[in-house]
Design a binder for this molecule. Structure first.
Ligand code: ZN
Length: 234
């Protein structure tokens, strides 16, 4: 089951249930319009409908959560199988305050990818990587070639800062350090904040290097596409 955002719903019935939904089809992997037949209630909490892809006629099951009075629950539309498109990465909302143009470029890259425009999507992604490097680097390094700029990031960005912040919070005089003196007084909020802190640290120290190693392995074993119009010598 995947949440279907409200902005994918193109038109609605008079009872506000979705009539047509536009998203990337899980079968033909193209952006397509899905049309509803009828919505049927199952129990009191959910209504379901099969929507058909206008391109390939593949059927996708849509589920709509209901409120106690039987009306549509806002933000409660799900589909199975999930859309063939890519969603924005978690935490992407932090990119816009750093650079609104970069956030728009990332958004364009996703849209191009979801429209199966692979070349344009990859070029836009390269633009995002270059823009991010520029945003983080000093003026003197912005004219270097992209690989050199990426290498320079390690010196220009204070990668140790998250660790220093954590050390301070956990020190005997720090916000969390003080609370450990009386374990019984620790409440849900504190435990939750501690857990989030540990999760961020795991993301930073373990998940990021792990997923990067996985990605590098997948890049190394990905089939190399034949050049269009190449000699094709095997
Ligand atoms: Zn389709």
């Amino acid at each position: 089951m995947q949440l279907v955002h409200d902005d994918y719903v193109q038109s609605r019935f008079s009872n506000t249930f979705p009539r047509t939904v536009e998203m990337v089809c899980p079968y033909c992997l193209k952006e397509a319009v899905f049309e509803t037949g009828t919505w049927q209630e199952h129990g009191r909490q959910v209504a379901a409908s099969e929507l058909t892809c206008a391109r390939c006629e593949g059927d996708v099951l849509f589920m709509q959560l209901l409120q106690a009075d039987g009306t549509r629950k806002e933000g409660g539309l799900y589909c199975y199988p999930k859309s063939g498109g890519r969603e924005a990465m978690p935490g992407i909302e932090y990119l816009s305050p750093l650079s609104a143009p970069l956030a728009r470029s990332y958004d364009s890259a996703l849209k191009l990818y979801n429209r199966a425009e692979w070349g344009a999507a990859a070029l836009t992604v390269r633009h995002v990587i270059a823009g991010l490097a520029n945003r983080m680097l000093g003026d003197d390094k912005r004219d270097m070639p992209l690989p050199r700029r990426l290498e320079a990031l390690g010196q220009d960005v204070d990668l140790a800062k998250p660790l220093q912040d954590l050390a301070q919070l956990l020190s005997p005089g720090g916000t969390f350090g003080r609370q450990f003196e009386d374990e019984a007084a620790i409440d849900k909020v504190t435990a939750e904040l501690m857990l989030e802190l540990a999760e961020q640290l795991i993301t930073y120290l373990v998940v990021l290097p792990g997923t990067m190693a996985d990605l590098k392995a997948r890049i190394a074993t990905a089939p190399v596409p034949l050049r269009r119009g190449g000699s094709g010598v095997a």
